[in-house]
Design a binder for this molecule. Sequence first.
Ligand code: PEP
Ligand code: MN
Length: 264
Amino acid sequence: KLVSREVQETDTIIKIGGLEIGGKKLTVIAGPCAVESREQLLSAAQAVRRSGANVLRGGAYKPRTSPYSFQGLEKEGLRLLAEVGAQTELATITEVVDEESLLTAVRYVDMVQIGARNMQNFRLLRAAGKSGKPVLLKRGLSATVEEWLMAAEYIVSSGNREVILCERGIRTFEDSTRNTLDLSAVALAKQLTHLPVIVDPSHATGKRELVGAMSRAAVAAGADGLIIEVHPDPAVALCDGPQSLDPGEFDALMSGLRPLGAAV
Ligand code: PEP
Ligand code: MN
């Protein structure tokens, strides 16, 4: 396999402007689950930037469990991401859900995300392989590590070596957290592949009170980065408020990573 350490022993480092993902420094992606308005996104971006985040996240196409939940601002959300990313000098990432949203998103953002629900959408993986942008590939809700790596193989074998793997929790019998964060998969993936591996403690736990502890655990397990949901006022978030940190909580989380030796 192209993603295997046997094919390439050294870590893949993905460069976006001055940013290196998979290098010595921890990459921190932060921002709201969904782009809701210019004010909301700008306020989140300024806060996460101030605390040391490198990349601004924001969903424009939201894969919601219910069709009646907020579905995202779509193209207007992408426009806002581009505008706010430029204004705050942060790289940007957004989720794409099909080939059409992929082709639109690449005109506005620096990186694209393929969500857990689409990890085995093989046509989307192939299209992402031809997108010319780094791809953050989330682990599927019930995917084995082997299936996750094979999904990455689809992207790499389609011509795109810039893939970042993201562990975001898996479905288990445990329902006191939203998902079960599988940190052994992070350590294992780091052995099996040369691709960068990051952790999403927000979707893994579903609870803001657990995000800090799981972030520190992810760093200890060898993760190359974190993706964390931050909202200026989580109480009024249109998506994933209970797992979103406010700016003060995010700042405290970032300070808590430094004693672990994480360069952030
Ligand atoms: C997200 O990042 O907002 C998201 C929907 O994540 P996942 O695909 O991991 O559920
Ligand atoms: Mn979310």
